[in-house]
Ligand binder design. Structure first.
Ligand code: SF4
Ligand code: SF4
Length: 309
């Protein structure tokens, strides 16, 4: 708590602001010195220095992050957008990616101060092993999160290299320090699920038990459709994550954030607990959609209820 800055993370994040604006980095900055919560971010990496599982996962992820991505070469390969999507799906499936999708790039997803233009965002999801994430907030769950960020980074770098080898500019974006772009909005746009009350995406197959990475590219890949399963409505009547969150950081009602009304997690309440408990993840583990086999059944029930009107 001694490292908490004077400015509220919620203020940086635009809580209560009615005007639409780009996001500012609250946490997970590439250079922690550039953000108000930088000292807290540094603390995260010092919190449990002797945890062997966490250290192993971090060392492995660092190795993956250090691997070079080949440069763009040759004339851009031409395919129809549908053929690009089919080729991407086949390649991604062989490269640690549990789900791949695509959407048109929207500059509104860039952090304030970033200025880039791309045609397509390729979204990548990797599924947690639930038997590990279920140990949240123990370091065992923290190590699983780092392992999955490693897989997501591996996949993004492979896909970027694959696109570059076919003559198309492509840049991998790996989490949690994405540097330039938010990952949740393009993931929702690419059909990866709906925003849950706990601030993470929920999908019937993976629940909210997955991690994201992305590739920004000019290759004309067909967008995958946005998906709605009635999860937003479900969250209105569920409070499992609210009750399970030790610092009571999950808001019971949607909040206005940068001109949008949406589910919101109080950054200032979540972060100290998150930092002292290996990234916490209790809300992800406790969400019923995350439990193996539960999400698909829930989605079917909700679909039947919608059909009955
Ligand atoms: S990560 Fe932990 S502290 Fe943060 S909202 Fe989820 S349950 Fe609460
Ligand atoms: S625990 Fe319940 S309210 Fe929270 S995100 Fe999951 S479904 Fe929504």
């Amino acid at each position: 708590m001694a490292l908490v800055p004077e400015v509220s993370g919620n203020e940086v994040n635009g809580l209560g602001e009615g005007r639409t604006r780009r996001a500012r980095t609250v946490y997970w900055a590439v250079d922690p010195e550039t953000i108000a919560h930088g000292q807290m971010q540094r603390f995260f990496y010092r919190a449990d220095p002797d945890n062997a599982a966490v250290n192993r996962a971090r060392a492995n992820r660092e190795k993956l992050l250090d691997e070079a991505v080949p440069s763009v070469s040759g004339t851009p390969v031409e395919r129809t957008p549908a053929d690009w999507l089919a080729a991407l799906r086949a390649y991604a499936a062989d490269n640690e990616c549990d789900r791949v999708g695509a959407c048109r790039f929207d500059p509104a997803w860039l952090y304030e101060g970033e200025d880039e233009t791309w045609r397509t965002v390729v979204m990548i999801a990797v599924h947690h092993d639930y038997s590990e994430i279920a140990h949240a907030p123990d370091g065992r769950a923290g190590a699983e999160v780092i392992r999955q960020y490693g897989r997501a980074a591996f996949s993004a770098k492979r896909i970027a290299g694959w696109l570059r080898a076919q003559g198309w500019p492509a840049e991998p974006v790996t989490g949690p320090m994405t540097g330039k772009i938010l990952l949740i909005p393009p993931a929702i746009e690419a059909g990866f699920g709906e925003l849950g009350k706990h601030g993470s995406i929920i999908d019937p197959e993976f629940g909210s038990s997955f991690r994201l990475s992305a590739v920004l590219t000019d290759a004309p890949i067909e967008p995958t459709p946005k998906a709605e399963h009635g999860i937003d409505d479900f969250c209105m009547n569920c409070r499992i994550c609210e009750d399970a969150c030790p610092p009571e950081a999950i808001a019971p009602e949607k909040q206005q954030v940068r001109g949008e009304t949406k589910w919101y997690v109080d950054f200032d309440k979540c972060l100290p607990f998150f930092n002292e408990h290996h990234g916490c993840a209790i809300c992800i583990a406790e969400c019923p959609w995350s439990r193996p086999g539960v999400g698909l059944n829930l989605a079917q029930k909700l679909a039947r209820r919608r059909e009955r009107g």
